[in-house]
Design a protein. Structure first.
Lengths: 143, 380
């Protein structure tokens, strides 16, 4: 993981960064209790504007998955070109008692992915900016 | 009062480099007007849309600028269904007796690249590589196959049937039948879906002439009536395209909401339907949509497809014109293509892809980003 001075989160609402123990951040509606990720300033279920923030569990189980085998068009950003593109795993991860979160997976071998397997949150660099700043995003990794 | 469809027109799907999307829309509109024995100057309203090929009211430049109210519809895969629904309401309200609905499109090659901001999502969602529709369909299918024991052979059977039906349809794009092995061994795109299991963005156009039920015989000897036209959007927590989360408790999706409402509106059930057009963005979508629309129990698709029950001569023919798999996906046109096909089937005029028995009731379903679905039920 990169030092604190030359990295930033791809979106500051997703997780605290830099952090020694990063977790995804959700919002919970104070009226209907619905949980939402990414955290919002209102509830996506009932529309109430009274919400509070909470940290989501760092571990969960694979709920659905695929391998992205072609390089997405813009707005996709990465360190790759069409020639160097490496397929990546994408899935939904069920965080117990919370939500299923769509996320990149660190594993891209379909033989090593199965629904129900245990995964944990990691923060990784998605691309580098011109000044060298690493733009960090979240993924889930087999435990 | 029901609304009658008294004219239908289509511009061939696929690639037509010499015509713009609007020009293809005009071709479809002229055919629909001719089919109804009426003129553009007789139309009292227009509703229509495209996703990538401009405003539908630009059709006025092709057909004539007549001063009528023409409303542009931009509603993703539900564009055609929403245009039809609006046209039906226009007539049912008594505001008009006769009008045109139209959908057309012309997309670039390759997967769609939507803008996160247009869907109310942060830029990060696209930047990290999750704003990809094919991923959604693959993940939903991967889970479905795991839950209900659907095999890869069953996926391939959907594509095999689509290209077989496409070969019989002169307006389809993909008209070469493919074998199961060829479909299964084509390059993997998003596991478990291979290249020939997906539809591709394409071009095409469809138009319909609508009128009051009691005026239908002025325009045609074989009117088709709209018994239900419904459009629904997603609920919080449902598993839908471009959804960063799904609830841990099951929430009905937009398709299930639209389907239930349509059957209720028509006073019919799935067993009353003779022919079905379902959103088949990829093979798994057709399989999952069979159950979500009430045509079978989850998991029964495995034996229904093995037994050929969804082929033209089966008990429940599905995507009789080849669906999106054989026609491609021009977003603005696909929903009306399904209706065009069902009108042909109800008239007994589908030629080589006609279902070989009496057709009285026909069903259409579209589904797309960000969780929209439109369903229609048509009857003779």
């Amino acid at each position: 993981m990169r030092s604190e001075t030359n990295s930033r989160a791809v979106d500051a609402t997703l997780f605290d960064w830099p952090a020694s123990d990063p977790a995804l951040k959700a919002s919970r509606c104070l009226e209907c209790g619905a949980l939402a990720f990414p955290a919002g300033t209102n509830c996506r279920n009932c529309g109430a504007i009274a919400v509070t923030q909470e940290r989501l569990p760092r571990r969960g189980r694979l709920w659905a998955w695929t391998i992205q085998r072609f390089m997405p068009k813009a707005p996709y950003r990465s360190l790759e070109t069409l020639a160097t593109f490496t397929p990546y795993g994408v899935g939904y991860v069920e965080l117990p008692g919370a939500l299923c979160i769509e996320s990149r997976l660190t594993e891209n071998d379909p033989r090593k992915l199965r629904i129900g397997m245990e995964l944990e949150l990691v923060i990784y660099p998605q691309w580098l900016e011109e000044d060298g700043t690493a733009v960090m995003s979240f993924a889930f990794k087999p435990v | 009062m029901r609304v009658a469809i008294v004219g239908i027109g289509i511009h061939k799907f696929g690639r037509t480099p010499e015509l713009s999307g609007v020009q293809q829309g005009a071709c479809a509109a002229r055919s629909a007007l001719e089919d109804a024995g009426s003129r553009w100057q007789d139309m009292q309203f227009g509703y229509g849309g495209s996703y990538s090929a401009g405003n539908a009211d630009a059709l006025g430049n092709e057909l004539g600028l007549t001063g009528i109210p023409f409303t542009n519809v931009l509603n993703g895969c539900a564009t055609g269904g929403s245009a039809l629904l609006a046209g039906c309401r226009e007539i049912q309200s008594g505001a008009a007796d006769l009008g045109l609905v139209v959908g057309f499109d012309k997309h670039d090659r390759g997967a769609f690249n939507a803008s996160p901001a247009e869907y109310g999502l942060g830029a990060w969602y696209g930047e990290v590589g999750m704003m990809v529709t094919t991923q959604f369909f693959a993940m939903k299918l991967q889970r479905y196959m795991h839950q209900y024991d659907i095999s890869v052979d069953t996926l391939a059977r959907v594509a095999q049937k689509a290209y077989e039906n496409g070969a019989l349809n002169p307006n389809a794009w993909r008209r070469t039948p493919l074998g199961l092995e060829e479909i299964k061994s084509s390059p993997m795109v998003n596991d478990p879906l291979t290249k020939y299991m997906f539809c591709s963005p394409a071009e095409g156009a469809v138009a319909l002439v609508l009128c009051r039920e009691d005026h239908a015989h002025r325009y045609t000897r074989k009117p088709v009536f709209v018994s239900a036209a419904v459009m629904r959007t997603r609920l919080a927590g449902a598993f839908e395209v471009y959804g960063p989360t799904v609830s841990v408790t099951q929430v009905p999706n937009a398709t299930e909401l639209a389907s239930r409402a349509a059957f209720e509106m028509a006073g019919l059930g799935p067993r009353d339907i003779d022919v079905v057009q379902l959103q088949d963005t990829e093979c798994g979508a057709e399989i999952m949509h069979m159950a979500e629309n009430g045509f079978c129990a989850h998991g029964d698709q495995e034996h229904l497809l093995h037994d050929g029950q969804t082929r033209l001569d089966g008990r429940l023919p599905i995507n009789t014109d080849g669906g999106c798999l054989a026609n491609g996906e021009p977003i603005g046109a696909s929903g009306l293509r399904q209706i065009h096909e069902n009108v042909l089937q109800l008239r007994g005029a589908a030629g080589r892809h006609q279902v070989p028995r009496e057709i009285n009731t026909a069903y259409t379903h579209v589904y797309g980003a960000p969780g929209v679905s439109a369903v229609t039920i048509l009857q003779k």
